[in-house]
Ligand binder design. Structure first.
Ligand SMILES: C=C(O[C@@H]1C=C(C(=O)O)C=C[C@H]1O)C(=O)O
Length: 253
């Protein structure tokens, strides 16, 4: 790699930037071609694969020490956004919080700018729109406090086939995200995840990693460290109707 100090003349530096940008441009075109091929190979499957996105960005972030992780995450959010927009009619249904500018910035940093984005005044209206949209993804305030929309994902809930699949922001040190992405896609491991279990029992007694994240009426929402593809037996003993309602890729620190 050429180092900046090798160039004294600004025109020479600009010529080098032109060369690098041209190379980036043809790589981006090559990437877009490949995502068309992925779409053909994926026929019949959901277009949006959050676990693949987050494991991929995590691997890229780990492979560089020169490029800040939030920048890696934002650049690939934009590349994946373009790729998703080419693959199908995906839509983002965003429930705006009090600070709508901050909510939209959060969405843009995670999903880029190519996917059509619609805003709603409440979580339930964003969820209803998502439910009616086969490739829809809802962006909702994280469960906790007043935000109890997640009970609709529980056993017998109105949207029991929807899952919490990603957290926003993707990078940083937050123990619990600001917002989450919810869709009817399957829950899959990204390689470093927390599992979200909704139940009526106190799981902290049986699982040292269980964190109580939200409660609504008789229901609790816990996050457990690691990816679980089924509810552990000791949890079912406490509450036979306990249900996994999502998994959150751990933020890329
Ligand atoms: C290309 C794919 O589809 C989507 C776009 C991705 C990308 O551009 O890298 C990654 C995951 C999917 O959300 C894929 O599934 O690999």
């Amino acid at each position: 790699m050429t180092s900046m100090s090798d160039f004294t003349d600004i025109n020479q530096v600009r010529a080098e930037i032109d060369r690098v940008d041209k190379a980036l441009l043809s790589l981006i075109a090559e990437r877009l071609e490949l995502s068309k091929a992925v779409r053909r190979a994926k026929s019949g499957v959901r277009v949006w694969r959050p676990s693949r996105e987050d494991s991929h960005v995590r691997a890229l972030a780990a492979a560089t020490s020169d490029t800040p992780r939030p920048l890696v995450s934002r650049i690939w959010a934009e590349l994946m956004s373009a790729s998703l927009a080419m693959q199908g009619p995906m839509g983002l249904h965003v429930a705006l919080e009090n600070d709508s500018m901050a909510s939209l910035a959060l969405v843009r940093d995670r999903f880029g700018a190519s996917i059509p984005t619609y805003t709603y005044p409440t979580a339930s209206s964003a969820m209803a729109a998502t439910y009616a949209d086969p490739e829809g993804v809802a962006i909702l305030p994280s469960p906790g406090g007043m935000h109890s929309w997640w009970t609709a994902l529980g056993p017998g809930g109105a949207m029991a086939d929807m899952h919490i699949l990603a957290g926003l922001p993707r990078t940083g040190e937050l123990e619990w995200p600001v917002a989450v992405a919810v869709a009817t896609a399957d829950i899959q491991p990204s390689g470093n995840d927390d599992t979200l279990i909704m139940c009526r029992a106190d799981l902290r007694a049986i699982n040292a990693s269980a964190e109580l994240r939200a409660e609504a009426g008789e229901f609790f929402l816990y996050s457990l460290t690691g990816y679980l593809d089924s509810v552990p037996r000791d949890v079912l003993r406490l509450d036979p109707s306990a249900k996994i309602i999502g998994a959150l890729p751990r933020p890329i620190g």
